[in-house]
Ligand binder design. Structure first.
Ligand code: G6P
Length: 362
């Protein structure tokens, strides 16, 4: 028994269970329960005056947090683009005044992300990282800590949730400076953010993900779809699944299905569909019906009232109801648990999957 695992079989499961605490640390003192203030460490109002656009650079799970943040920034009227660091370093977009380059890295040591920041050194750079004093904190002009706490499992879990929470506060701070006023539903969003830790606790305590992993233990491939923040979560759900189960898993934006991946859908390919709880759910439901018509089993990961949805899909993995821009965090926790239990059934080396490293520094 490794005492570092605190009674859990794996660090990954321990870290999944630590997410309420990690999220609490990311959010506490940075906003108020009334949902009006954003007090992000040293980033006072006006810190981002003159910023017109944001480039987010990251790899792996952090790239999915970057995609999530891209969606949050864009919805707040701040033009943003997420890049894989390796692509950014290889073909950096032309320098334009007013660009903020944000590196996202749990470790702060990922070589591709350091290269991207160096390639962007003429711009204002900032890193959102989990590790105080890491290389990226020295490379970048500014540092924002995500406060997830130490993460040991190779498969990133709590760092993703903490990255999204921290970046969502940063998105609101940048919006206020760039556009000049709070985003229209800032109060609802920020108060939902303060409720998120408790809601994540309810997800990890529910036990539903293990039953889903059992139900699809013999499938051929596993697909994940979603839109907006749910697209980032679909990619992250597939990454987690392939990393630790060694099974074929792929994530798509839900709209992409009929442009190719639908050809792969059979009775042997369960599809996990992430619903945000917003207006885009209708379209995602349309995509789900296309999958069902081809015999593909569908697991909807959705919040709120799901009885209508339950008539269309095979299983509902439910999450507590929240703001549509935060539902993805809760859905992602369910998908982490599905991947964990699927990997455990297969006897995989969950904390140290073959061929992978926690931090890729070369
Ligand atoms: C490796 C790890 C991933 C991680 C990625 C980026 O691939 O196995 O879990 O998401 O690096 O790491 P970073 O420390 O930059 O977030």
């Amino acid at each position: 028994q490794d005492t570092g695992k605190g009674g859990y079989d794996h660090y990954m499961l321990k870290e999944i269970n630590e997410q309420p605490t990690a999220l609490g640390r990311s959010v506490s003192g940075r906003t108020d329960s009334g949902g009006e203030e954003v007090d992000l460490d040293g980033f006072l109002p006006g810190s981002f005056d003159g910023i017109d656009r944001v480039h987010l650079v990251a790899m792996g799970t952090s790239y999915h947090a970057a995609m999530y943040a891209e969606s949050l920034l864009a919805r707040r009227g701040v033009p943003a683009r997420a890049f894989m660091s390796s692509e950014y370093a290889g073909s950096t977009p032309p320098e334009e005044d007013g660009t903020l380059v944000i590196a996202i890295s749990q470790s702060g040591e990922t070589a591709d992300t350091i290269a991207a920041v160096r390639a962007a050194s003429a711009e204002r750079t900032m890193v959102a990282t989990n590790v105080v004093g890491s290389s990226l904190t020295r490379e970048c002009d500014d540092t924002l800590l995500v406060r997830a706490g130490p993460e040991i499992g190779v498969a990133a879990t709590k760092s993703f949730s903490a990255q999204v929470a921290t970046l969502s506060l940063l998105a609101e701070r940048i919006r206020r400076d760039a556009v000049g006023d709070p985003s229209p539903d800032a109060a609802a969003f920020l108060s939902a953010l303060t409720r998120l830790p408790d809601q994540v606790r309810r997800v990890v305590e529910s036990g539903a993900a293990e039953r889903i992993a059992d139900a699809f233990a013999d499938s051929e491939s596993y697909f994940f779809i979603g839109r907006g923040p749910g697209h980032a979560v679909a990619l992250e759900g597939a990454l987690k699944f392939k990393e630790i189960t060694y099974e074929h898993a792929e994530g798509f934006t839900a709209a992409e299905l009929k442009h190719g991946p639908l050809a792969l859908v059979t009775e042997e390919t369960p599809v996990f569909a992430v619903f945000n709880g917003g207006t885009d759910d209708t379209e995602t439901l349309g995509n789900v019906k296309e999958i069902r018509a081809r015999g593909g089993p569908v697991v909807a990961v959705a919040g709120g009232e799901t009885s209508d949805l339950a008539e269309t899909v095979d299983h509902v993995l439910s999450v507590p109801s929240t703001h549509p821009e935060l539902a993805g965090v809760l859905a992602n926790v369910q998908l982490q648990l599905v991947a964990y239990h699927a990997a455990k059934q297969r006897g995989r080396a969950i904390d140290k999957p073959r061929n992978l490293a926690k931090s890729v520094t070369v």
